[in-house]
Design a protein around this ligand. Structure first.
Ligand SMILES: NC(=O)c1ccc[n+]([C@@H]2O[C@H](COP(=O)([O-])OP(=O)(O)OC[C@H]3O[C@@H](n4cnc5c(N)ncnc54)[C@H](O)[C@@H]3O)[C@@H](O)[C@H]2O)c1
Ligand SMILES: Nc1ncnc2c1ncn2[C@@H]1O[C@H](COP(=O)(O)OP(=O)(O)OP(=O)(O)O)[C@@H](O)[C@H]1O
Length: 361
């Protein structure tokens, strides 16, 4: 067994040696890297050989992003790396200078080509980049050029030093779990009989769309009916997504390295429907029952919104391919920084010491 796998085993204990996290991680097959984890769950990744191919994904329509993209592309070119970008970005670069001819676009097999993935933008760009890899994902370095950055720890100042260190040294990563979602049933068959599963990094959401009625959704865990959702909808979230839509709907914030699936109702019309966190191995089914007054809508990381009709079934489980995001300070420190800076988590003025004396017992 690979050393990084035994590292995971060390953390997850011998009883869990057959758990899906270990199998998932072993199938993860990051090219050219060895992963080690310690008891503190900080996973470290060591390059077998220096990464040669870089994919740079950028948020559209931002001058700041474009400028940084030019700098990073030029810097990697100087280091003789192969650079891939999206067709839009290649055009932008060529409109700046024809010397950017060396920048490539890809046709297929992206995951075979790329050693290192870089995003310039906000969390939405990270989601976009991850969605391009519906299988194994290379290590992802995300530079913050959005307003909030829960998954974007790197700042554009000093990018050279940061990237230099990333391509030369062992790196700390957060292995962000994804959910594998598949719609089967009437409308899936109509549109595309062999609909492929979609991998999400944040969440899959089923909501009432424009319907004025309560959404009515039946939920099953591993084939057994567990509850009916009557409200605005339901979010099935990863732990990375726990700080996104799920937290806004009342779910708990969970460290992204924790494997599990959050089941968070949206405005449930029931006082006792608290959000749940389920273990990583469950399979969740959601259906719109025939008795429902209307259909619902499903979206994946906020995108690809489509109608979820009566008779359709959403099947959701943990995906075999997580997203390894490179940490700035460490998995836990980066997570805490993001909730402190992004959400002002537990910010309160400190109570002054002057005041009534402690009552005597
Ligand atoms: N009420 C809400 O909070 C709400 C509503 C719809 C969608 N969303 C979230 O927006 C995401 C799509 O992001 P986008 O940038 O493409 O759309 P967007 O541009 O509308 O941004 C949504 C906001 O969510 C933040 N966000 C995204 N992922 C996050 C994460 N993992 N942790 C904390 N914050 C996160 C982004 O930084 C951004 O501020 C969806 O996956 C969903 O989670 C949130
Ligand atoms: N390469 C891309 N191609 C197409 N759309 C993209 C790409 N990168 C990002 N987007 C989309 O652009 C939108 C904005 O991106 P992003 O969230 O990264 O920036 P932002 O909105 O400025 O950041 P924040 O959400 O932190 O304020 C998102 O909906 C995202 O899906």
């Amino acid at each position: 067994m690979d050393s990084w796998c035994s590292g995971l085993l060390l953390y997850y204990n011998v009883e869990l040696s057959k758990s899906r996290i270990v199998r998932r991680a072993s199938r993860h097959a990051l090219r050219g890297v060895i992963i080690k984890s310690s008891l503190s769950l900080q996973i470290t990744l060591t390059w077998k050989s220096e990464p040669q191919t870089v994919l740079i994904i950028t948020k559209p329509n931002s001058t700041l992003v474009q400028d940084l993209c030019v700098d990073i592309v030029s810097w990697f070119y100087m280091l003789k790396k192969k650079i891939y970008v999206e067709p839009r970005v290649r055009e932008e670069l060529l409109s700046i200078s024809s010397s950017f001819e060396f920048v490539k676009i890809w046709q297929d097999d992206l995951q075979e080509k790329v050693d290192l993935l870089i995003t310039l933008g906000g969390d939405g760009t990270v989601l976009w980049a991850a969605s391009l890899f519906q299988g194994p994902v290379p290590p992802l370095v995300s530079f913050a050029l959005g307003s909030l950055g829960f998954m974007t720890p790197f700042s554009r100042d000093g990018y050279k030093k940061q990237l230099e260190s990333i391509i030369k040294c062992p790196i700390r990563i957060t292995l962000r779990h994804r959910l594998q979602c598949q719609i089967v049933g009437d409308s899936a068959e109509e549109e595309n009989a062999a609909e492929k599963p979609i991998l999400v990094l944040n969440e899959v959401t089923i909501d009432r769309g424009q319907s004025p009625y309560l959404t009515n959704l039946e939920c099953y865990l591993d084939g057994e009916h567990v509850t009916s959702v009557q409200g605005d909808g339901l979010i099935l979230s990863t732990t990375s997504g726990s700080t996104a839509y799920s937290v806004a709907a009342g779910g708990s914030m969970v460290h992204p390295q924790v494997p599990g699936i959050l089941l968070t109702p949206i405005c449930p019309h029931s006082l006792s429907f608290r959000p749940l966190m389920l273990p990583e191995h469950v399979t969740i089914w959601v259906e719109v029952p025939a008795s429902s007054r209307s259909s619902a809508w499903v979206s994946f990381d906020g995108k690809n919104r489509k109608e979820f009709k009566t008779g359709d079934k959403l099947i959701c489980s943990m995906a075999p391919w997580p997203v390894p995001t490179v940490c700035l300070k460490g998995s836990t420190r980066d997570f805490l920084c993001s909730i402190l800076e992004g959400l002002n988590w537990n910010q309160r003025k400190t109570q002054s010491s002057d005041g009534p004396p402690q009552p005597q017992p």
